[in-house]
Design a protein around this ligand. Structure first.
Ligand SMILES: CC(C)(COP(=O)(O)OP(=O)(O)OC[C@H]1O[C@@H](n2cnc3c(N)ncnc32)[C@H](O)[C@@H]1OP(=O)(O)O)[C@@H](O)C(=O)NCCC(=O)NCCS
Length: 127
C-alpha cells in the first residue's frame, strides 16, 4: 500500500511516521491477486476481487471484480439480491467450528437463493 506525499523530500527524514498515515480497510473473503498496489485510505468491500497487476486508487464495492491501472470494475460476482444476502449473513464471522461443519455449503461453486436460505437458517441458529 502506498500513498501520495508519503516521502516528503524537504523533511529531514523521507518517511512519515506510520501512525500518521491513513489506513486501508480490506473486507472479509477478498482476493488480492499478484502484483497489486492499493493506495492508502481505500476501502475494499467484502468478497471483492482485485485482478492481477491492478493499481487500486478508489474504493471497491462489495463482491465487485476490479482490474487495470487504475483499477475499474469488470463486473459484479453475483446479482444484487445475493450480494445483499451475503453481506447480511457474514459467514466469515461465524465460530470456526460452525464454518467447518458447513464448509461444503460455503464452498458451493454456484451460489443460488436455495443455498442462501440454508446459510440464513444456520445464522438464525447461532443467535
Ligand atoms: C481478475 C480476474 C480474477 C478476473 O477474472 P474474470 O472475471 O474471469 O475476467 P475475464 O477473464 O472474463 O476478463 C474480463 C475482462 O477483464 C479483463 N481483465 C481480466 N483480468 C484482468 C487484469 N488482471 N488486468 C486487466 N484486465 C483484466 C479481460 O481482458 C477482459 O476484458 P475484455 O472484456 O475487454 O476482453 C483474473 O483476470 C485475474 O486477474 N486473476 C489473477 C489471479 C491471481 O493472481 N492468482 C494468483 C494468486 S492466488
Amino acid at each position: 500500500m502506498i500513498n501520495r506525499n508519503e516521502h516528503p523530500t524537504n523533511n529531514i527524514q523521507l518517511q512519515k511516521r506510520i501512525s500518521e498515515l491513513p489506513h486501508c480497510t480490506i473486507g472479509s473473503d477478498v482476493l488480492i491477486s499478484t502484483n497489486v498496489v492499493i493506495l492508502r485510505n481505500i476501502n475494499i468491500g467484502n468478497g471483492a476481487v482485485i485482478g492481477a497487476g491492478a493499481v487500486v486508487t478508489s474504493d471497491v464495492e462489495p463482491y465487485t471484480i476490479v482490474a487495470g491501472v487504475p483499477a475499474k470494475p469488470i463486473r459484479k460476482r453475483f446479482d444484487d439480491q445475493i450480494i445483499a444476502a451475503l453481506e447480511e449473513i457474514q459467514w466469515w464471522d461465524w465460530p470456526t467450528d460452525v464454518i467447518r461443519q458447513h464448509i461444503d455449503l460455503i464452498y458451493q461453486k454456484k451460489v443460488n437463493m436455495d443455498i442462501i436460505e440454508q446459510l440464513r437458517e444456520i445464522k438464525k441458529g447461532l443467535s
